[in-house]
Design a protein around this ligand. Sequence first.
Ligand SMILES: *Cc1c(COP(=O)(O)O)cnc(C)c1O
Length: 384
Amino acid sequence: MSKRRILLSSPHMGGTETKYVQEAFSTNWIAPLGENVDRFEEQVKEFTGANAACALSSGTGAIHIALDLLKVEQGDIVLCSSLTFVASANPILYHGGKPVFIDSEMDSWNMCPKSLEKALKYYKMLGKKPKAVVVVNLYGQSARMDEIGEICRRYGVPIIEDAAESLGAVYKGRMSGTFGRFGIFSFNGNKIITTSGGGMIISNDEVLIERALKKATQSKENAAYYQHETVGYNYRLSNVCAGIGRGQMEVLEERIEQKRNIFDKYVAGLGDVDGIEFMPEIEGSYHTRWLSTMLIDPKKVGVSAGELIEHLGESNIEARHVWKPLHMQPLFDGSEYFHGGDDNAKYLFEHGICLPSDTKMTEAEINEVIGLCRERILAQELFA
Ligand SMILES: *Cc1c(COP(=O)(O)O)cnc(C)c1O
């Protein structure tokens, strides 16, 4: 039985990408600047409604620059969602900052506003002001940005919105990524659209994005010779990769529709199982369903998340655990963690599964995944 591997989320080209890449070659703009970079930035601005954007070589680099512009230095506290990929917090360490983690709420799986306020109140009491809050929008859904925004305004702490997983999501009529002082996107190979590797930093403040561009190009001063007064990075996106991004932006809406359809099929096929619960879409939110994710209750279905992932793996199907929370990672041992009593992030990690959500999956492949999940759960019931 040699069948094609069913993947979690893999690159899915629209068709015009090679044309733009070819243009980069034919004009010899094989550099981290050029027409494709400019156009790609314009497209993201138009799509999100942000005033300014700067294309970068990764989402991680975008967070690194955002923290730099917010003047995060040695020993500074930066609050960050705990349930996320390590890239949300690694750049805090690059600056010598102290990451402090905030729990998720069960409704959105994203940062819990109450736990955030608890942390801000605590540090205010100690007379310490966090330099920034990194708010992550998981798996295609915005966090409760209205409540989180209001709390952060009250405490005077700026938000970096890690929208690496939520390009195209909408919250209360606004595009994900446009709520913070900075928003960041990733175009890594597994994201909803890709440039093979890349990222972007956006803001409604054009001056901030001008500064980000300068940071991303070694902080070169405007002079006839090489003049440098502050630290900089080499983080601009290649014009070749930006060509891929241009083509990908043309199919982004189609991909979101496909992702949402995949999710609907999983709900239709598994939603009736007592003990399976899909990631909720909160009120006022439009979830892209970048990854279809669900919780399984082993007490009800008799199978753990790990066992189900393993079962799918035996049929060459890629399913994964939900992110392991950063407060549980050895890298961040000793970091503070704020939660509301129950450790929701831990619960979501222990019971969550990311199902294959590849937009190239056929109907039959989605049904195969559903069938295998049901088979494993049923087998457990029969032999229990
Ligand atoms: C992918 C991802 C990033 C990092 O983006 P890269 O482009 O891979 O550096 C950051 N945060 C989250 C939540 C991500 O999923």
